[in-house]
Design a protein around this ligand. Structure first.
Ligand code: DC
Length: 229
């Protein structure tokens, strides 16, 4: 693999801080960062807007038929220093991070046709650039040959606390109990779905960051990167 095609795969459970680490790593290495969770969230938002999914129903066939109408793009935001998610030309960065989208995203992500579309788009993005990609199946399905694979874990309680704080900080009105329940539900659906369940790739390095600050995590991961790449 040429230097400019190095792929770093960061998988793991929800709210383990994968994206924060991935963003920092990409910045330091001057690689592209791709948040694949944002893509599944944007498809979920579309399904909600079209009323294909709500608390009482999920009309999978309609979503599958509409997949060609969903155009996902990442546009780099210079001020923020990372790319933001656009759904059919509209910036949806804020809308895709709500608890409502989190409630339905695992159901949408379990649909094989949705996965097929997004995996192809993700593989295309990694074709000829250095890339850090975070998700659930990057080291197992999207880029099984990734140069470095990390698998992030942390206790459900720690993860729910992190997510709770994030949502409170941006002014959302949420309860800790709802967030914990959502984290546990997503863990369950993501890990038990038939198509590409959340699994640690054999050669992935496991990172439990329940009791690790960002700085320490970043330093440890950077030293792995220096060893391997
Ligand atoms: O990383 P995140 O929490 O934003 O991801 C949202 C959901 O999308 C997650 O619960 C499962 C799904 N997902 C997936 O199935 N595969 C990926 N590569 C990334 C996310």
């Amino acid at each position: 693999m040429k230097d400019n095609k190095i792929i770093i795969a960061i998988d793991g459970f929800s709210s383990t801080g994968k994206s924060t680490i991935a963003k920092e790593l990409a910045k330091s290495l001057n690689y592209i960062y791709v948040d694949t969770g944002a893509m599944y969230r944007a498809v979920t938002l579309y399904a909600m807007q079209q009323n294909y999914i709500n608390e009482t129903h999920f009309i999978q066939s309609e979503l599958i038929n509409a997949l060609n109408n969903i155009k996902l793009t990442f546009t780099f935001n210079k001020e923020l220093g990372f790319a933001e998610m656009y759904l059919n030309g509209k910036n949806v960065e804020k809308e895709i991070r709500t608890i409502e989208v989190s409630r339905f995203v695992s159901k949408v992500a379990a649909v094989s046709e949705v996965r097929k579309k997004l995996v192809l788009e993700q593989q295309e993005m990694g074709k000829d650039k250095g890339i850090v990609m975070d998700g659930r199946d990057i080291g197992t399905v999207v880029f099984p040959d990734a140069k470095l694979k990390l698998f992030m874990t942390a206790s459900a309680d720690k993860r729910a606390k992190r997510r709770y704080k994030e949502l409170l900080d941006r002014g959302d009105n949420v309860s800790y109990e709802d967030i914990l329940q959502n984290v546990q539900e997503r863990d369950h659906i993501d890990s038990t779905r038939k198509d590409s369940p959340l699994l640690k790739a054999k050669e992935a390095i496991e990172f439990d960051n329940s009791d690790m600050g960002l700085k320490e995590q970043f330093e440890r991961i950077m030293s792995l990167v220096k060893d391997r790449i």
